[in-house]
Design a protein around this ligand. Structure first.
Ligand SMILES: Nc1nc2c(ncn2[C@@H]2O[C@H](COP(=O)(O)OP(=O)(O)OP(=O)(O)O)[C@@H](O)[C@H]2O)c(=O)[nH]1
Ligand SMILES: [Mg+2]
Length: 209
């Protein structure tokens, strides 16, 4: 049987950049022109199967970008294996906000967290304010993954999640993650579901709320 893993993923970014729309596209392959702004956070799951047959289940926390919810974010990124920090390519201020989320993650999240910077709304290229070069260069400097997406057309959406799935460590829980880590860092590592079935109680689902 091929291997199965599960990882916690958090979406962060300014309100209206399209975080919920990206998740809706990724999970249900749908798009709404009029979406309600997220209240608190939403939880969804989706599984991607890699070319080698490995399946990666994402447990996705789609956070609310409105300023009044900012203090909730640490609850969602604290245990995350990966973060997608989203900006809107038509709003340069949203890249500034993304940079500030990335700085916060670099300071406060687990040191092994994988961060992807995502420029959404690529279908609105005519109104572009953030160039690909600027964003790519920043991502390279900070050691982040980077890609542009359109939740509306679907362009790049599966790709960014698949690239993250490929990059996530597929070793046993808590093994070989390196770095200092913090207490309980093992809980953030990938979970081999096959192994879990044999080693009961080793890794339980945790709700962060
Ligand atoms: N043209 C275009 N519009 C998009 C795209 N993604 C999202 N939108 C629109 O942008 C608006 C905001 O999208 P949301 O997904 O609600 O944004 P959000 O980041 O979840 O916002 P909060 O929940 O407030 O943090 C909605 O009207 C979407 O239809 C995209 O790729 N292209
Ligand atoms: Mg939302």
């Amino acid at each position: 049987m091929s291997k199965q893993f599960q990882f916690k993923l958090v979406l962060l970014g300014e309100s209206a950049v399209g975080k919920s729309s990206l998740v809706l596209r990724f999970v249900k392959d749908q798009f709404d022109d009029y979406r309600e702004s997220t209240i608190g956070a939403a939880f969804l799951t989706q599984t991607v199967t890699l070319e080698d047959g490995t399946s990666v289940k994402f447990e996705i926390w789609d956070t609310a970008g409105q300023e009044r919810y900012k203090s909730l974010a640490p609850m969602y990124y604290r245990n995350a294996n990966c973060a997608v920090v989203v900006y809107d390519i038509t709003q340069s201020a949203s890249l500034e906000k993304a940079r500030s989320w990335i700085r916060e993650l670099q300071r406060q999240a687990d040191p092994s967290i994988i961060i992807a910077l995502c420029g959404n709304k690529s279908d609105l290229a005519a109104r572009r304010q953030v160039s690909e070069e600027e964003a790519r260069k920043y991502a390279e400097e900070e050691g982040l993954m980077w890609g542009e997406t359109s939740a509306k057309s679907g362009e790049g959406v599966t790709e960014i999640f698949t690239e993250i799935a490929k990059k996530l460590p597929k070793n046993a829980p808590a093994a070989g993650r390196g770095g200092p880590g913090r207490t309980g860092a093992g809980a953030r590592s990938g979970v081999d579901l096959n192994k879990q079935a044999n080693a009961q109680g080793e890794q339980n689902e945790q709700c962060n709320c």
